[in-house]
Design a protein around this ligand. Structure first.
Ligand code: 6PG
Length: 202
């Protein structure tokens, strides 16, 4: 049964979420987290950078992405770039623990490569990569990762990754599919804004 935790404002949400994540990470071993993109996680990343430089085992944390826009890593639209600027450049996470999607190459190949990286770098359980924690956002239309209402078949897709298309911009994105999302040890939706209340409570 999902637990809904409500905070008064985005800053308090980021702080509470960061404290919760700290409690999830065991005393040893690698910890694989898939990050969400967009704007909501920005406060979390800035809070981690400011307050958690010495309070998380960065050498054991592996960062992945639930989805990435098919743009170069230095593009203003890149989730990787946003995360690098707000977080990765400010904490001592080893470069080898950062598993970005190659947004600069052909989307189909980027999706294949991302899945290959998971196969090589993560525990596999029941034929699926086992993320310890997947952080997801939610759009006003209810989409998560880059699984949009017009491509709901991606929720059932057996491949671990897929190329999705943004319904308005047509932008191509690489996304984790529903089979991988649902195989995670923990899933946390980090959502802010009144525009999403109806979808969150649906
Ligand atoms: C992305 C995200 C996407 C995002 C939602 C919410 O790449 O945009 O992964 O799923 O989480 O669209 O975005 P906001 O946080 O900007 O509202």
């Amino acid at each position: 049964m999902p637990t809904i935790h409500i905070e008064a404002d985005p800053a308090s949400l980021a702080q509470a979420f960061a404290a919760w994540v700290s409690e999830q990470i065991p005393a040893e071993g690698p910890y694989h987290i898939a990050l969400s993109g967009g704007s909501t996680p920005k406060l979390l990343f800035a809070h981690w950078a400011a307050e958690y430089q010495d309070r998380l085992p960065w050498n054991r944390i592996h960062f992945w992405w639930g989805d990435e826009r098919c743009v170069p890593p230095n593009d203003a639209d890149s989730n990787y770039r946003m995360t690098k600027e707000l977080l990765l450049d400010h904490v001592s996470i080893p470069v080898k623990n950062i598993h970005r999607v190659e947004g600069e190459i052909a989307p189909d190949q980027a999706a294949v490569n991302f899945a290959a990286d998971m196969k090589q770098s993560m525990p596999i359980e029941n034929g699926l990569p086992k993320f310890d924690l997947i952080i997801l956002g939610m759009g006003a239309d209810g989409h998560t990762a880059s699984i949009f209402p017009h491509e709901m078949e991606l929720l059932e897709e057996s491949n671990w990754t897929a190329v999705a298309t943004h319904p308005e911009s047509g932008q191509k994105r690489v996304t984790l599919t529903g089979s991988v999302l649902n195989a995670a040890g923990k899933i946390a939706f980090l959502v802010a804004g009144a525009s999403k209340l109806e979808k969150v409570t649906a």
